[in-house]
Structures are given as structure tokens and as C-alpha cells.
Design a protein around this ligand. Structure first.
Ligand SMILES: Cc1cc2nc3c(=O)[nH]c(=O)nc-3n(C[C@H](O)[C@H](O)[C@H](O)COP(=O)(O)O)c2cc1C
Length: 177
């Protein structure tokens, strides 16, 4: 599977088989996070790898009770460390959340190439997740990502064209339009 094929076949999957990920696959998932680019290569992140079933359940509760997440073999809680990040994006912006997003997106694509599926999770209670996973005050959980075997294998299927804006709505040549 090439990268574009992985991009086109990735879908958000919300039903997983509760079974473990083999260790060689698991290692490749971690590599996809570790080797992601970050501004100035500061790598302002920590990834909490939640594998125990009980903790997965509690994380799902902290994610607005999206309990289907708990069936995924792994939930990655991607934490940004803003104080370690590049702070001058466009002259003023902190790169932390962008850096994390790149790493998680790499993870989602490598997951597809391994026959796994993911879903981005932005709907969660930050205070609840921080308390549960002992995340320090100055560290921010940016997003969560369950990773697991899709209950229906063809849930990773090509996106429907009608699901996305048309090219003429989002691309412009030379100047903003
Ligand atoms: C930053 C972000 C946060 C999201 N949060 C959630 C979430 O909490 N729960 C959920 O079921 N889907 C969530 N999604 C998934 C989106 O709904 C999904 O990506 C979008 O509808 C496009 O569908 P696709 O991923 O299948 O292409 C999130 C996606 C992104 C990028």
C-alpha cells in the first residue's frame, strides 16, 4: 500500500474487535509517532499508550462516554509540552498542537497500512483525562486516538467524494480566493 492509498482508505472507525496488536506491528506504530517531524525538531510531546482494558474504559468515559473507544487495543493520548515547543510560528504561534497533529496523522496512516483503524478524538474532558493519567499541569492532552482492528474489515474504505469539499472550493492558484 502506498501513502496515497493509505490516505484514501483511512476512515474514522468507531467499532473495534477487542484483540491485541502483535508486537512487531506495535513497534511500527510507535515509530510512526517517534519519527514525525516537529518545528526545530523539538519533539514537544509525550504519548501515553493506554493498553489496559480498565484504563481504556476510564479514558473512554473521560472522552464524553464514547465507550466504543474502549474496545480498541490501544488508546494513544497525545500530550503536548508547549514550553518545549517552537513559539514563533508566523512570528508568534506555538507549534505544539501542529507537531502533535502531524505525529497522530502519521500514526493513523501507518495503522491503515497494518490493517488497523483509528479515530481522532477531540471530544474529551481535559481535566478528567489529566487527573486520570497523572498528566502534569503544564502538559496538555491535545488529542486521543484509539487504534484497533475494525469490527468490519472494510470499514477502512475509500472516502466518498461527496464527503469532501470540491477542489474548486478549497484550491486557488497564486492568490487567495
Ligand atoms: C481534531 C479532530 C477531532 C475529532 N474528534 C472526534 C470525536 O471526538 N469523536 C468522533 O467520533 N470523531 C471525531 N473526529 C472524527 C471526524 O468526525 C472525522 O474525521 C470526519 O467526520 C471525517 O470522516 P473520516 O475521518 O472518516 O474521513 C475528529 C476528527 C478530528 C480531525
Amino acid at each position: 500500500m502506498n501513502v496515497l492509498e493509505a490516505i484514501l482508505s483511512r476512515r474514522s472507525v468507531r467499532a473495534y474487535e477487542n484483540r491485541p496488536i502483535p508486537s512487531d506491528t506495535y513497534q511500527r506504530l510507535l515509530d510512526s509517532l517517534r519519527f514525525a517531524p516537529s518545528a526545530c525538531n523539538y519533539q514537544p510531546w509525550r504519548f501515553i499508550l493506554v493498553q489496559s482494558e480498565d484504563l481504556r474504559r476510564q479514558v473512554a468515559q473521560g472522552a464524553k462516554n464514547q465507550m466504543w473507544m474502549a474496545d480498541a487495543s490501544l488508546i494513544v493520548v497525545a500530550c503536548g509540552r508547549p514550553k518545549d515547543a517552537y513559539k514563533y510560528m508566523g512570528g508568534y504561534g506555538n507549534s505544539c498542537e501542529i507537531d502533535i497533529a502531524i505525529a497522530l496523522d502519521h500514526l493513523s496512516l501507518v495503522a491503515v497500512s497494518e490493517g488497523l483503524a483509528t479515530c481522532w478524538i477531540g471530544a474529551f474532558d481535559e481535566r478528567q483525562i489529566k487527573h486520570l493519567l497523572q498528566i502534569p499541569d503544564d502538559v496538555k492532552p491535545v488529542a486521543l486516538m484509539p487504534v484497533g482492528y475494525p469490527k468490519t474489515p472494510d470499514l477502512n474504505h475509500p472516502a466518498d467524494e461527496s464527503d469532501r469539499k470540491r477542489p474548486d472550493e478549497i484550491f486557488s492558484d497564486d492568490f487567495y480566493a
